[in-house]
Design a binder for this molecule. Structure first.
Ligand SMILES: Nc1nc2c(ncn2[C@@H]2O[C@H](COP(=O)(O)OP(=O)(O)O)[C@@H](O)[C@H]2O)c(=O)[nH]1
Ligand SMILES: [Mg+2]
Length: 333
């Protein structure tokens, strides 16, 4: 099964038919295709995504974030088992640029989600190695659509709670879950106010053993903090819950919350509106990425950039003047 004009690749029809037939092997190859940097692969990938698009959008898209060590992987493994036990098919995509740096070697890291990855109704796809954040998020959105087309009705996107990747993930999911620890302090957890504001629910993890009392106190504190934010136009009030990914306590309530949110936003029209706005943002994202790529690869820009950059750094030229000159060079003026 190969593509005669592209060795090592399938044809558009084969990618599409295999994905829709829920062939995991073809799904994995399709995700590999969308992750490829090669222009020929990207053109092929765009055709595949275009063809599967009508078969997407029926599931729940769930973003999960939290600092390394909060228990995301442990949580997703336990949560995933709970969700598939209820007859759902669950896919997990990881957006974690930092895991490339550490090689996933943080103490006790559970990145592989071993028992869940062996479940026939679950599919786990780690981040592509060595990719930039912008690249990861663009590819993750396409991978998410492929998973939906392959019949996964719950897609979890995991990201690390320290930077821009949250915004990217919240831009492609319906529900954004923030995992936190009790008593660690907001600064220590690197959680910015903006990330709290994006959350559709906050769950204090590791609410077990000696941590339980602290977790309950933290729950009240975070609930009070969330009340200070203006109410969301969707009418959804983000709850603060406690859970233990290790014991499974509190996970059914979180799944219940995710489903309630989905029903409420589907009923009041906000789910459709949210996804429309996300599609529009996606379009502008792609335009920005393409333009930027073309700009920096333009021979005239490459020729002039070092000199102008130097002049700006030295304070000899206003940045706006340099930008103007470069844009004129790019436009061939
Ligand atoms: N006590 C307790 N430990 C947990 C819980 N969840 C995760 N851990 C532990 O915390 C460490 C980090 O978990 P991991 O899932 O790799 O965190 P991640 O970096 O956010 O993906 C591991 O040693 C886990 O066993 C929990 O609910 N309770
Ligand atoms: Mg992890």
């Amino acid at each position: 099964m190969t593509n005669p004009s592209r060795p090592g690749r399938l044809s558009v029809e084969q990618y599409v038919a295999g994905t829709l037939a829920r062939d995991r092997y073809v799904l994995s190859r399709a995700i590999t295709l969308v992750e490829s940097q090669l222009p020929a692969d990207q053109a092929l990938a765009a055709q595949v995504i275009g063809a599967v698009l009508p078969h997407t959008g029926r599931g729940i898209r769930l973003g999960i974030t939290g600092v390394p060590g909060v228990g995301k992987s442990t949580f997703i493994e336990a949560f995933g088992h709970l969700v598939v036990a209820q007859g759902h098919r669950l896919a997990v995509l990881a957006v974690d640029p930092t895991s490339q740096v550490s090689g996933g070697s943080i103490l006790g890291d559970k990145t592989r989600m071993e028992t869940l990855s062996r479940h026939p109704e679950a599919y786990i796809r780690p981040s592509p190695a060595g990719s930039s954040l912008g690249g990861v998020s663009r590819k993750t959105r396409e991978a998410l659509l492929l998973c939906e087309a392959a019949g996964f009705d719950v897609v979890v996107v995991e990201t690390v709670g320290v930077g821009q990747s949250e915004t990217a993930v919240s831009q492609m999911t319906d529900f954004f879950l923030l995992l936190m620890l009790a008593g660690a302090g907001d600064e220590l957890q690197g959680i910015k106010k903006g990330i709290m504001e994006m959350a559709d629910a906050v769950a204090i993890n590791k609410a077990d053993g000696e941590n339980l009392a602290k977790a309950k106190t933290a729950r009240v504190e975070y609930q009070n903090a969330l009340h200070l934010f203006p109410p969301a136009p969707t009418g959804w009030q983000p709850p603060v819950l406690t859970c233990s990914a290790a014991t499974g306590q509190g996970l059914p309530q979180i799944w219940e919350t995710v489903q309630q949110h989905h029903q409420q936003l589907a009923a009041n029209g906000w789910l459709a509106q949210k996804r429309q706005a996300q599609n529009l943002a996606w379009l502008h994202d792609l335009i920005r990425q393409r333009l930027e790529g073309q700009f920096y690869q333009h021979p005239a820009v490459q020729h002039q950039l070092p000199t102008l950059q130097q002049a700006v750094v030295q304070g000899q030229m206003h940045a706006a003047t340099a930008a103007q000159a470069l844009l004129q060079a790019f436009a061939g003026e």
